[in-house]
Design a binder for this molecule. Structure first.
Ligand SMILES: CC(C)(COP(=O)(O)OP(=O)(O)OC[C@H]1O[C@@H](n2cnc3c(N)ncnc32)[C@H](O)[C@@H]1OP(=O)(O)O)[C@@H](O)C(=O)NCCC(=O)NCCS
Length: 194
């Protein structure tokens, strides 16, 4: 798949950007709420777009409200690029607790930050954080066959395809595969150079 030339052109080189993960702050809430609850946001065409839009909107509104009402959580961090909050990462442990399987998620809301290495850096930091702070033995990321950026990003960090349910996701009349990637603790190569 050819990289998006427009995004490439407007996105500064990743080396010039400081990508960090941090706890959510009260000052981030208006930005997070705006991106999460915008039914027309471009990210919704990439992050599980096969779920009905109306239910996603409801879920996202409830989630944004819950952010305002809850303290920051070690299993959910915001992605900060040069002081601007551009997305979030999260993780959850698959049952049973203590079994060593953690599932990771990543979402960069603003397409102006796609395709320039921010996601690779953020997910690498999140893998490292998860390996440092949990007893994870294996990490997974779940996506779909049309999300080429996510698949490329995962492969670049050493994730391998571990499951593919063919044609499981129907979106805009086209069937796509559901794809899961995994990475074993022992396979992690450490943080790439920024
Ligand atoms: C998926 C996502 C996290 C990736 O982050 P990102 O900053 O765009 O990713 P990066 O720039 O670090 O890496 C993307 C890779 O895809 C490639 N790429 C960029 N644009 C592409 C395009 N249009 N088509 C195919 N590949 C593309 C890049 O070249 C890069 O690969 P490389 O490192 O081998 O060169 C981000 O795009 C995003 O949040 N999208 C919307 C929500 C989403 O899809 N979340 C994931 C749900 S599972």
């Amino acid at each position: 798949m050819t990289p998006d030339p427009i995004l490439r052109a407007v996105t500064p080189a990743p080396a010039s950007r400081l990508v960090t993960l941090r706890d959510r702050r009260a000052a981030d809430l208006p930005t997070l709420t705006r991106w999460l609850t915008d039914p027309g946001a471009e990210w919704r065409r990439w992050d599980a777009p096969y779920f009905p839009a109306a239910s996603t909107t409801r879920t996202m509104r409830a989630y944004a409200e819950s952010l305002a009402a809850s303290s920051p959580d070690a299993d959910e961090q915001v992605i900060d690029v040069d002081g601007v909050v551009v997305g979030m990462v999260n993780r959850s442990e698959e049952e049973p607790q203590g079994g060593g399987w953690w599932d990771l998620g990543i979402l960069i809301y603003d397409p102006a930050y796609w395709g320039g290495g921010v996601g690779t850096r953020a997910l690498a930091l999140w893998v490292q954080d998860t390996l440092d702070w949990t007893d994870a033995h294996v990490l997974t990321v779940t996506t779909w066959g049309g999300n080429h950026r996510m698949l490329r990003l995962g492969a670049r960090l050493g994730f391998r395809e571990c499951a593919r349910v063919r044609q499981a996701r129907l979106w805009e009349g086209v069937r796509h595969d559901s794809v899961q990637l995994d990475l074993l603790r022992g396979e992690w190569r450490g943080l790439p150079q920024p």
